[in-house]
Design a binder for this molecule. Structure first.
Ligand SMILES: Cc1ncc(COP(=O)(O)O)c(C=O)c1O
Length: 346
């Protein structure tokens, strides 16, 4: 047995027992392999290094209250990876292969799956990278598909507490008809520098606006944006945000709880009218924001506007309810009427 402290886990890379692999070459996937060797061998000319031909997924496995092990909506991740791979001109695993490799990964690393009762889970990271050595800017059907995992706790270090975000006036995340809605590594590369600056200033998150007019809210660097106004759950409709599975789930949860759901463009000015606002995603679950500042120049001290939703650290009633509902379903404490939990071990 390992001696992991399940209560102090953050959200970090982790060396578990094994990773699950397959290699696409000459028109087919190689037999699925489980390996304890955590190193890949790549040609230095491989597409991934030069042209960022790389995409991934993120989903969680939960040890439920009755001891069963569940993956949360994995077929949605399989479909999203296929959509992303197509965008990059890469081969992608079938849904069946994706599910099989995720299940094998959890089962082979069971000792790293946090037990029920600590609010912790196992994060699975399916990764698809372009292997072909080349200089030309053309797709080539050769890739490695690997599924790895890590035991994780809260993304920002604490469950259900509010954090702050900044809208950087001088950074964009995604071009209007670009890659923003795909889960490709390159979308994240451009967030590293503004994240560093924002973190140094005490902000936990970056909130990006639509880059063409900068009049509407797009999403956070790591999650979708949602807000609460009265009895409404509001989330941006935009071509350049990642179609979040958590957000899709929360829209159904909110409707089940009797809330009205609006998916539509969200003008920046409307931030002033929201009772609560936050980020949602597999990693962050629901992360309420205490306030969101606008900074015309991220590195400069000037803050041009502050939208305050809650006192620092405090969480509003709707975020609390939504958080309890989604995590209750994931941990098997509440009914799962939509069949979102994919049970892989009884
Ligand atoms: C940029 C971005 N938006 C949104 C999300 C949320 O997507 P999901 O709920 O499918 O995890 C993520 C990943 O967690 C993300 O990286």
């Amino acid at each position: 047995m390992n001696n992991i402290n399940w209560d102090t886990l953050g959200f970090d890379a982790y060396r578990t027992r094994s990773i699950i692999l397959s290699h696409y070459k000459d028109g087919e996937w190689s037999p699925i392999e489980t390996t304890e060797d955590f190193s890949f061998t790549f040609d230095p000319f491989a597409q991934v290094f030069h042209y960022a031909i790389s995409c991934f997924e993120g989903l969680k496995a939960f040890r439920q209250k009755d001891g069963r092990v569940a993956l949360f909506r994995p077929e949605q991740n399989a479909a999203r990876l296929q959509r992303t791979a197509k965008y990059l001109g890469m081969p992608s695993p079938s849904q069946e292969m994706f599910l099989q490799m995720c299940e094998t990964c959890v089962k082979n690393n069971l000792e790293f799956l946090p037990p029920y009762g600590h609010g912790a889970s196992m994060y699975l990271r399916p990764l698809l990278v372009g292997m072909h050595p080349q200089m030309q800017l053309v797709p080539y059907p050769e890739a490695i598909f690997a599924v790895m995992c890590a035991p994780v706790g809260p993304y920002y270090g604490e469950h259900l507490r509010s954090f702050s975000a900044v809208i950087p006036g001088d950074y964009d995340r995604a071009a209007p008809k670009g890659s923003g809605s795909y889960k490709i590594g390159a979308n994240y590369a451009s967030t590293f520098k503004p994240y560093k600056i924002a973190h140094e200033q005490g902000y936990s998150e970056l909130l990006y606006l639509n880059s063409s007019t900068r009049q509407f809210v797009d999403e956070f660097g790591s999650s979708n944006f949602f807000a609460i106004k009265g009895n409404k759950y509001i989330t941006p409709l935009s071509d350049s945000v990642l179609p979040s599975i958590t957000n899709k789930t929360l829209q159904e949860v909110a409707a089940d709880l009797g809330m009205e759901v609006e998916k539509r463009p969200v003008p920046v000015e409307e931030l002033a009218e929201f009772d609560e606002a936050g980020g949602c995603g597999t990693a962050v679950v629901i992360t309420p924001m205490s306030h969101i500042d606008i900074k015309p120049v991220l590195e400069a001290p000037e803050v041009s506007r502050v939208f305050r939703f809650r006192p620092d650290g405090e969480v509003g009633p709707a975020c609390t309810r939504l958080y309890r509902q989604i995590t209750g379903i994931q941990f098997g404490e509440l009914d799962d009427p939509h069949g979102w939990c994919h049970i892989i071990k009884k």
